[in-house]
Design a protein around this ligand. Structure first.
Ligand code: 5AD
Ligand code: SF4
Length: 498
């Protein structure tokens, strides 16, 4: 498309909810609109293009978007040229319903049509017509037809939209075929489709050239990755090996894993490839076999345990994190206690715990009553969280006194807040060249994905440093950079780290 000539003045406000896949989608949409001359703004009041990149996994996420849309009801009267778009999972799921609930919305664009956004925004601004661009419903067409209607969209990148200039997401597959009974994702993101390895490698190489040092490979079930090239099947382990050869990339993570697809070749790759994080996010969802069956997860507690044992045996010291759903249909006190027991047994690094939220269009919503009262869901959520927090703290305490290699990600939350509050600094990262005493708090992660804060020169952001852990909280290790003594080797001085 020819750039929209008038777009050079347009201001884009984009709000993103949901998972890392959504964050990546927003990065791509922003990059495409910037190419048309759009500028990003953090102030919704000055925006002439407002996009909500949405999530449908739980009802709460949808409520948040409908409330935000409600607040924009009268903003068109102040800005007649304004375009409001709802994009992503909710757009695919609710389609026309969005116009009924929020008549001032102009565009509804699903996860498979994001590439069309620059054109759709320009058209909508020109003729003020409403537009819907979504993929086929999985129930209405063949698998191939539905797959074709969900286009992957990864051509452009935008450094400003990344978690930090040194970290980037790389999509290796889209969609999901697991059809867990509670989940909307197979509908909102379509059939599972893996990306060709050469495209992934090319993208990683380009990102490395832009200074990225850590990539996180994304897929709804990332370890189900499979792509055939000239008769050879590429699995995630093959991809990790190839990506390890990309100069400049120091760390490779991948999320989210499906328990049944945690094959030995993948675990061996995690063990043998030094750039690959020793960290696996493998959601279990429940510790009760009846619940797992109702969820249609395709494994039993015993099989999950066996997988955990293989992880521990193959990759010693590997951190594992999980997701749990509490209050799923029919969850008794006894079945909930089985989740609590499994959590105690597996000692996850951290767990994301969710209260079950019935989703229209899913099998669980159709077949089972949402019969656990909200109050009980809340109690179970808090109980599981308390068990997890105690485990995280105990395991963190055991790491005090040890040294870890950290990839420095940026200023810590505390340091960012201090900078914003300090009128002399005004929110920019100050290159501190003074003594150690002046250094702000930085944050980074170990190879096992543990968060570490320590004082250091902001120039270290993006590099690997050794940190000695001196203290901890439930969620964070606290330490100091290991300062090496000056060592004389002939006339050479080895550099010190901090
Ligand atoms: N209700 C609550 N949690 C859900 N998840 C997915 N669908 C639902 C739902 N309907 C959780 C699962 C998944 C995570 C991304 O969200 O734990 O792993
Ligand atoms: Fe949803 Fe299950 Fe697919 Fe995960 S594996 S995205 S929970 S359907």
């Amino acid at each position: 498309m020819k750039p929209d000539q008038a777009a050079h003045n347009y201001r884009l406000y984009i709000e993103t909810v949901g998972c890392q896949m959504n964050m990546l989608d927003s990065e791509l949409v922003v990059a495409a609109l910037r190419k048309q001359g759009y500028q990003l703004t953090a102030d919704i009041a000055e925006a002439d293009t407002i996009l909500f990149n949405t999530c449908s996994v739980r009802e709460h996420a949808e409520h948040k978007i409908y409330s935000a849309l409600g607040r924009l009801k009268h903003s068109r009267s102040r800005r007649p040229d304004q375009v409001i778009g709802v994009i992503g999972c909710m757009a695919q799921k609710d389609q026309q319903l969005i116009f009924q609930k929020a008549p001032h919305v102009d565009l509804v664009v699903g996860t498979g049509q994001l590439a069309q956004i620059p054109e759709l925004v320009a058209q909508s601004r020109a003729d003020r017509e409403k537009r819907v661009a979504v993929s086929l419903d999985r129930r209405d067409a063949t698998r191939q037809q539905v797959s074709d209607s969900f286009q992957s969209y990864d051509p452009l990148r935008d450094p400003e939209m990344r978690p930090s200039p040194f970290q980037a997401f790389v999509r290796i597959m889209i969609g999901c075929d697991k059809f867990c009974t509670y989940c909307v994702v197979p509908m909102t993101r379509g059939p599972e489709q893996s990306r060709p390895p050469k495209d992934v490698l090319q993208e990683a190489t380009r990102l490395a050239g832009e200074g990225v040092r850590e990539i996180t490979l994304l897929g709804q079930t990332v370890n189900s990755y499979k792509y055939t090239v000239d008769g050879r099947i590429w699995r995630l382990s093959d991809l990790l090996e190839s990506l390890s050869g990309v100069a400049g990339i120091e760390r490779i993570k991948f999320v989210t894993n499906f328990p049944r697809d945690m094959t030995d070749d993948l675990l061996q790759a995690v063990r043998d490839l030094p750039k690959v994080a020793r960290y696996l996010h493998v959601p279990v969802q429940s510790g009760c076999n009846d619940q797992l069956k109702r969820m249609k997860r395709g494994y039993t507690v015993e099989e999950y345990r066996e997988m955990m044992a293989r992880i521990r045996a193959t990759v010693p010291g590997c951190a594992v994190s999980s997701d749990f759903i509490v209050g799923f249909c029919g969850e008794s006190d006894e079945s909930f206690q089985k989740s609590a027991d499994l959590l105690r047994e597996c000692r996850f690094k951290n767990s994301f715990i969710f209260k079950y939220s019935p989703r229209p269009g899913t099998k669980a919503d159709e077949l089972f009553a949402d019969d656990v009262p909200e109050e009980v869901k809340r109690r179970r959520n808090n109980e599981l969280l308390a068990i997890q927090n105690a485990i995280s703290e105990e395991d963190n305490v055991a790491l005090i006194g040890r040294e870890f290699e950290i990839l420095v990600e940026g200023l810590s939350k505390t340091a960012k807040k201090e900078q914003l509050d300090d009128p002399r600094v005004g929110g920019t990262i100050q290159e501190n060249t003074g003594t150690c005493d002046d250094h702000p708090q930085l944050v980074g992660r170990t190879r096992c994905d543990r968060i570490v804060v320590f004082e250091g020169n902001p120039r270290l952001v993006g590099s690997l440093v050794d940190v000695h852990v001196t203290d901890c909280t439930q969620t964070t290790l606290i330490g100091s950079i290991v300062t090496r003594e000056f060592q004389h080797t002939g006339s050479d001085l080895l550099p010190i780290l901090a």
